[in-house]
Design a protein around this ligand. Structure first.
Ligand code: HEM
Length: 490
């Protein structure tokens, strides 16, 4: 209590301590306003490692990416899973998984993440390709096999990305409804999801749900969508979901709504970042003609002319091998992720200990403190990425291959791009995410002529969600589109 009211005292060997004037709040407001700018200033003043009081937590930031390995490798003393388990359970509404009530469940959940990779990834990717085409054709009101209308449609670009990625991902992961191609209630699910997502930063910051207006009722509706008796009727969910359903059924201590909450958490993980990532990837291409031309040419190198011309009415597939060949598109996606990602990597100090940073430096850390990596600062470092605010679609290509050597103070970096986190807590869906983003861009560019009408302001990042992944746009951008292939069928 004393330390909450009066703040704690710096001890010899600890990083510089910045705690502001207001107990508990500390530097929260400055951090939330613009975390990158705020931390850069502190780095200039205090050096590469410092501790800041933010929302009642002492957070030690390690700013120099050359020091990242010293944190990422200390899995035992710097753990994340207890923290994320607590935060996720409060946010999504299931009982914490760790801590004895559900023996083995946490390990099994982690094990099943491998079904988002390897051979299972090929299946997921194949499904996503089909679902993207189904959903996108529907957006032109084209019944399967019919010839498309040729008039232009206008839509908010973020809305376009939202509805397409949301539904296509949902169908790929959870399967089809009992009847028809579209789940009844998909629009309402999406609306409720957006309402929930808008208060997500507050929930994860442990603001009690009872203080957040309608949020509890909205979450209840979202959970009921995933009730086991509904999921059980969906046709052909992916193996990852099937195995999770089976796993949860082994635990009598998990109620139906607890299981539903686990399934809902996966929906959030799978679309929460992918949707804004799809927006920035498409937006940057549409605003950089040289990038668009290079990516289009690359896509035409992996699909046939006939496939490209018939995509408005006939499904095409892109194998993993074809997707892997799209290196300029991958670079363009990674560049968009670099510019829009603001996730923080948090670890919780498990015991008082001395963290050795490099041959010269070490700092004492206290049990319960957070150690934080802030990759956005690395992504915006001009030493690593010259002209860091500029979009360069080919930044991650060199001599026709993926470029992997990036330097800080002339030393090669082990970690230079971290939208998906790092080490033991790295996103298990990252390969699927990159594949589906590639597929999204391919299908959209093949299926449509697209343009952003002139006279619009540039898209800006909504920094209010800093720390939580890919930032959405702060302003409205209009997209105009119409079917690309206008040849009459014979
Ligand atoms: C966790 C980023 C897409 C599933 C994470 C984390 C990040 C992240 C930063 C936390 C890692 C850490 O704290 O170190 C992203 C981004 C995506 C994306 C930027 C898209 C552009 C996906 C997709 C899926 C997925 C498509 C699944 C289908 C998960 C899961 C976790 C996670 C299940 C929690 C892992 C755990 O509890 O250990 N993601 N993700 N993500 N992501 Fe992703």
């Amino acid at each position: 209590l004393f330390s909450v009211l009066f703040g704690r005292k710096w001890r010899e060997g600890e990083p510089p301590l910045i705690k502001g004037w207001i107990p508990f709040v500390g530097k929260t407001l400055e951090f939330r306003k613009d975390s990158h700018q705020f931390l850069t200033k502190l780095q200039q003043q205090y050096g590469d490692v410092f501790t800041v009081l933010i929302a009642g937590k002492y957070m030690t930031f390690v700013m120099d990416p050359l020091l990242y390995p010293s944190v990422i490798k200390r899995g035992r003393q710097l753990d994340f899973h207890d923290f994320s388990d607590q935060a996720a359970s409060v946010t999504f509404g299931y009982p914490a998984v760790r801590g004895g009530r559900f023996p083995g469940l946490s390990e099994q959940i982690q094990k099943l993440f491998r079904l988002l990779q390897g051979d299972s990834l090929d299946v997921l990717t194949f499904r996503m390709m089909g679902n993207l085409q189904v959903v996108l054709r529907r957006s032109l009101s084209i019944p399967e096999g019919a010839f498309p209308k040729d008039d232009w449609q206008a839509e908010d670009l973020y809305e376009f990305c939202y509805r397409v990625m949301f539904e296509a991902t949902f169908l790929s992961i959870y399967g089809r409804p009992e009847q028809g191609a579209a789940h009844p209630g998909m629009n309402t699910l999406q609306e409720n999801f957006r309402k929930f997502d808008s208060v997500f930063p507050l929930l994860i910051a442990r603001v009690p749900i009872a203080l957040l207006g309608q949020t509890k009722g909205i979450r209840q509706k979202l959970l009921s969508f995933f009730h086991p008796c509904r999921i059980g009727k969906w046709i052909d969910p992916c193996e990852f979901v099937q195995r999770r359903v089976h796993l949860f059924d082994q635990y009598d201590t998990l109620g139906d709504l607890d299981k539903a909450a686990h399934h809902f958490a996966i929906l959030w993980a799978s679309v929460g970042n992918t949707i804004p990532a799809a927006f920035w990837s498409l937006y940057h291409l549409l605003t950089h003609p040289e990038a668009l031309a290079a990516v289009r040419q690359e896509i035409m190198g992996v699909v046939s002319q006939e496939e490209a011309e018939s995509i408005c009415t006939r499904d095409i597939t892109l194998t993993r091998e074809q997707l892997d060949r799209l290196i300029y598109l991958e670079s363009a996606l990674n560049e968009s992720l670099r510019l829009s990602s603001a996730s923080m990597n948090i670890r919780v100090v498990q015991e008082d200990f001395t963290l050795s940073l490099d041959a010269q430096r070490a700092v004492n850390l206290r049990k319960g403190d957070f150690i934080v990596l802030h990759p956005q600062s690395m992504h915006m470092d001009p030493d690593i990425y010259p002209q860091p605010r500029m979009y360069r679609f080919d930044r991650f290509v060199e001599a026709g291959r993926e470029k992997t050597d990036f330097y800080k103070h002339s030393q090669k970096l082990h970690y230079y791009r971290m939208p998906f986190g790092s080490g033991s807590t790295q996103c298990p869906g990252r390969f699927f995410a990159v594949n589906e983003l590639k597929q999204f861009i391919c299908v959209v560019l093949l299926m449509f002529q697209l343009e952003l009408p002139a006279g619009q302001e540039d898209a800006r990042l909504d920094t209010s969600r800093a720390g939580l992944g890919i930032l959405p746009p702060a302003n409205h951008i209009t997209l105009r589109y119409r079917p690309n292939s206008l040849q009459q069928p014979n």
